[in-house]
Design a protein around this ligand. Structure first.
Ligand code: 13P
Length: 250
């Protein structure tokens, strides 16, 4: 049976002091919930956050990972470096990187592969723009983004991966996809995987991301193909993030 998972993406919205306070708040408030939880700080804070979270049930990861294993790539962070700090996860293909840093389906696939090769679980983010949805292209966009990575890395690598469906129009806008809208796409993603490998499809943790809050988490998590959330804004408050995490219990 699939385990549920919430991942906090802190983006570039935190500093040294507030990162420490947030981690301490999470540790102090951790409820007993039978589900997985992780945070993704900016790279710089990973060493300290990882130290604080060692020996807790909270895991950590990165918000991105380099396309290559090593070399002359100024400013990049390789998967093996993340592994040195025991990152369990690395987000790849976030829409903010696709939009602002020219990530393409190919570079996202390379990042995914680098994470897999280093023993890090990639959290592959995919999702459509508002205009895609309005023009009825949601499934096509999601399939193209997913198939690019399957073609590059092979379906078997998805045994150790997580997929996050993040409709771009719902990110940071306060506009959540309804639980039904999200479920429809999650089911579609699972069916796409099932065409390649039934077992991988059944085991895949498919997270929803886009304005997830304590107020809407329960309805989202009640859906059969929604296995958790990739949370932005509301992962910056220990109280909100733990409330979202606790929504699995209900
Ligand atoms: P928000 O939760 O702030 O909408 O961000 C979602 C997201 O981009 C997580 O990766």
């Amino acid at each position: 049976m699939r385990r549920n998972l919430v991942v906090g993406n802190w983006k570039m919205k935190i500093n040294h002091q507030s990162a420490q306070e947030l981690v301490d708040g999470l540790i102090a408030g951790m409820p007993a919930v039978d589900a997985d939880i992780a945070v993704c700080p900016p790279f710089l804070y990973i060493p300290e956050v990882s130290q604080r979270l060692a020996n807790t049930s909270i895991s950590w990861g990165a918000q991105n990972v380099a396309t290559h294993i090593e070399g002359a790539y100024t400013g990049e962070i390789a998967a093996v470096m993340l592994k040195d700090f025991n990152c369990k996860y690395a987000i790849v293909g976030h829409s903010e990187r696709r939009a602002n840093y020219a990530d393409t389906d190919i570079t996202v696939a390379q990042r995914f592969q680098q994470a897999i090769d280093a023993g890090i679980i990639p959290v592959l983010a995919i999702g459509e723009l508002l205009e895609d949805r309005e023009q009825g292209r949601t499934f096509d966009v999601v399939a193209k983004q997913l198939n690019a990575v399957i073609d590059f890395a092979g379906i078997d690598s998805f045994q150790n991966a997580v997929i996050a469906y993040e409709p771009v129009w719902a990110i940071g806008t306060g506009k959540t996809a309804s639980a039904e809208q999200a479920q429809e796409v999650h089911l579609y993603i699972r069916q796409l995987l099932a065409e390649k490998n039934q077992q991988i499809a059944e085991n895949m943790q498919i997270l929803y991301g886009g304005s997830v809050k304590p107020q809407n988490a329960e309805a989202l998590f009640a859906m059969p193909d929604i296995d958790g959330a990739l949370v932005g804004g509301d992962s910056l408050s220990a109280d909100s993030f733990l409330k979202i995490y606790s929504s699995f219990q209900k």
